[in-house]
Design a protein around this ligand. Structure first.
Ligand SMILES: [Fe+2]
Length: 221
């Protein structure tokens, strides 16, 4: 199984995921207060959203090009495209482009994605900051990393559009996020995490940053 990785970091990645049958050691989300905690010990929460994965997967077939995600880091076969933001190739989180003069909006790639945006408009956000598709090709991985060192809080929303058998998302010291196709999760990317795709298919993830509405946290499972 590990043969598929076949890169200089494959040993580390194999070891990182060697406990992939382990149970999840995470505190549960007990109150809405947690939603506003900037020193949270909760690595993720699951949402009860009804995600129309077939419609969304149809829409992402319109994507003609993905761009290397965080090229220059140790990630492998990881790419992305922005659907709402500063441009389809501006695939980092929206706050990383604050110096740009251009305005955010629906990107060229996203113009024809009617089902995607009809559904996004139904979500409990007061404001959308960015929407991206993250693609992890067969044999790829997202190297262990921390995205936000400054504060520990539940952000962003990450939705599995598919989740081929052989994909794993792990928070170090906590365990595995139980992604399945259509499962929406709020991640706390203050905690170290990594992803691997041991399958023979691409994995597609929809990631949304936004200002959560007052009814957002009622969706937590
Ligand atoms: Fe991350």
């Amino acid at each position: 199984m590990y043969d598929t990785l076949n890169t200089q970091h494959s040993t580390l990645i194999s070891e990182y995921f060697s406990d992939k049958e382990c149970s999840i050691k995470t505190k549960s989300f007990t109150s809405k207060k947690e939603a506003y905690n900037r020193n949270s010990d909760v690595p993720f929460v699951l949402l009860d959203w009804d995600v129309p994965v077939n419609d969304l997967l149809d829409d992402i077939k319109l994507i003609k090009q993905y761009y290397p995600q965080r090229a220059g880091y140790k990630h492998h076969k990881w790419s992305a495209v922005t659907l709402y933001g500063y441009g389809e190739d501006k695939t980092k989180s929206h706050w990383e482009y604050l110096g740009l003069k251009s305005k955010k909006g629906k990107t060229k790639t996203a113009q024809a994605m009617k089902k995607m945006f009809e559904w996004v408009e139904t979500l409990p956000f007061d404001r959308i900051d960015d929407i991206r598709i993250l693609k992890l090709s067969a044999g790829g991985y997202v190297y262990p990393h921390i995205d936000v060192k400054e504060q520990s809080w539940l952000e962003p929303v990450s939705i599995a559009l598919n989740w081929p058998s052989g994909c794993f998302f792990k928070f170090k010291n906590f365990g595995y996020v139980p992604f399945t196709p259509g499962q929406a999760v709020v991640l706390n990317v203050y905690y170290e995490h990594a992803v691997v795709n041991f399958s023979n298919e691409c994995r597609y993830q929809l990631v949304i940053h936004g200002k959560k509405g007052s009814n957002f946290w009622g969706s937590v499972l």
